[in-house]
Design a protein around this ligand. Sequence first.
Ligand code: SAM
Length: 206
Amino acid sequence: MKGVLGYDSKVDELYGKSQSELYDGKIFHIGLDYNSWMKKVGWFEGPILWTSNWIRDNISLGTEIADVACGNGQIGLGLRNHDYIIDGYDLNPNMLQRFEATNYRDLFEHDMMENPLPRKYECITVIGAFNPSHLPVETLEMVRDSLTDDGKLVCTISDGDFFKGWQNAQQKWLNLDSYDYIPSILIDGEQSHHFMCVFSRKNDNV
Ligand SMILES: C[S@@+](CC[C@H](N)C(=O)[O-])C[C@H]1O[C@@H](n2cnc3c(N)ncnc32)[C@H](O)[C@@H]1O
């Protein structure tokens, strides 16, 4: 498996877990799979709810959406029966095999660090994956190349990462339209936050 730091690099200091520990089955010591754990720590009331609400308020029903780093389909679970056409893309076949959502049109194994998506979308979600050991800021170039001219990227950026070059680096490929800072996961009494960001494609200077 590819990746800047390798597939099995630690995801971050808070989780202290590797990608395979988190995503390949039951999370070591916790005894839950990824989706059950995320339900338990508040991810669905935080970033998933925020993203589902943003999509419902801003994206017309029937629009094709690419959910990149889709995991087990957490965004689809959040959107429930709202009528969007969602394609899921994830690097890890184990996550796709344990898919929980039933409202995706298609699922693809895809490494977003290696290639843009095979087609362009008006809306791309990348929830829970912009951090140095998953998708570093440079991946935004691949995302830009996967958006239609008026396309929108809705994504999380973890707390510290937002200030480590994101605000400047993103300007090469995308415009930051808006952001919100919300509680994301609560682990052992420690509340983490994520930035919920909306970007539009930058078409000049390409
Ligand atoms: C924290 S999970 C997020 C899953 C889901 N979007 C959610 O909100 O719960 C991160 C996901 O990113 C995927 N991922 C990591 N690196 C990737 C890459 N280079 N390309 C595509 N997906 C990747 C992992 O396999 C994992 O499913």
